[in-house]
Design a protein around this ligand. Structure first.
Ligand SMILES: Cc1cc2nc3c(=O)[nH]c(=O)nc-3n(C[C@H](O)[C@H](O)[C@H](O)COP(=O)(O)OP(=O)(O)OC[C@H]3O[C@@H](n4cnc5c(N)ncnc54)[C@H](O)[C@@H]3O)c2cc1C
Length: 269
């Protein structure tokens, strides 16, 4: 049994801990921990969060994603208190063909949508089942589950990765999100910062709408009477201020065909 320190208490650090803690003594150290007030210092509390096969994945990465999906798919039934739910995804692409989609036929109830089901300008539409979760519920739930299986969480803010040595361990796993860009002894300039902005609305919309292409947009129902609208990706930007013009742009998503029928029920939270 090895003593392992994982830096980072986001979804990556905790997913790694849930595997390694089966055979090893695991401590998670992080500046931000599940259950904290919402801050912009880490990504996990802000995620949609839905499972979607990642474009450009190698065969090994595809297997990792499908293995993770299988776990989440099961948890949605065995542990509904985690907030995980099974949900219908409508996955639209403006400029892709079906042979470019590695997860075609691999998701439950997968089918290629008919032309008359597609929004204007879309070339390919796929409907299948996936999973959605609410980070505010899921992250503390997973933390509690890990603590019950012996994982220790410690609040530590590292200026350098070397400082973590004081924890005493055989192995260290760095799962600190954008942390390596700023840690004094790493300064990894290949880590790219991407600013997102979402709108959280009340809605009875009960599917996932995802459109890839020049109009990258999404509507993610949490199946709890609310929905996350988004599609903003601003590279190398970190301005924490709310951009009201962008908020307006994102809100126009509700006028798109799949969400329109529920539009009247949407109000800003
Ligand atoms: C708006 C939005 C929507 C998204 N939607 C989805 C989605 O639907 N599906 C999906 O799969 N992904 C989605 N993502 C992406 C997803 O949120 C991230 O990929 C994921 O949360 C990254 O998790 P992580 O654990 O790697 O990093 P983070 O969640 O950023 O966690 C980093 C951890 O490292 C710690 N840390 C960092 N630096 C230090 C330091 N110096 N010292 C100590 N601790 C440190 C932090 O405190 C934190 O605990 C979305 C992201 C955004 C912003």
């Amino acid at each position: 049994m090895a003593r392992i320190t994982i830096v980072g208490a986001g979804i990556t650090g905790m997913a790694i801990a849930s595997l390694l803690s089966r055979n090893h003594e695991v401590t998670i150290v992080a500046k931000n921990l599940p259950g904290d007030e919402l801050t912009l210092e880490w990504a996990s509390p802000w995620a949609g969060a839905v499972f979607l096969g990642l474009d450009g994945s190698s065969e090994r990465e595809q297997k990792m994603q499908l293995d993770s999906f299988a776990v989440l798919w099961r948890l949605a039934v065995t542990n509904p208190e985690s907030s995980l739910r099974r949900i219908v995804m409508e996955d639209f692409h403006d400029d892709k063909t079906i042979d470019q989609i590695w997860y075609r036929g691999k998701m439950p109830e997968f089918r290629v949508m008919r032309q008359d089901e597609l929004p204007k300008g879309v070339k390919l539409g796929m409907s299948y089942k996936t999973v959605v979760l609410t980070p505010k519920v899921f992250l503390p739930w997973l933390r509690k589950r890990l603590e019950a299986s012996g994982v220790t969480f410690k609040r530590v803010n590292l200026d350098t990765l070397a400082e973590v040595k004081s924890q005493g361990h055989d192995i260290v796993v760095n799962a600190s999100g954008w942390g390596p860009k700023f840690m004094g002894d790493i300064r990894d300039q290949d880590v790219q910062l991407v600013r997102g902005q979402t709108v959280h609305v009340r809605s009875n919309y009960d599917k996932i709408y995802m459109r890839h292409g020049k109009d990258y947009t999404y509507a993610i129902s949490r199946l709890d009477g609310t929905c996350i609208l988004g599609g903003i990706k601003q590279y190398d930007q970190t301005d924490p201020k709310l951009d009201l013009d962008l908020q307006q742009d994102v809100s126009t998503l509700t006028r798109l065909e799949p969400v329109r029928t529920k539009e009247k029920r949407l109000t800003a939270l």
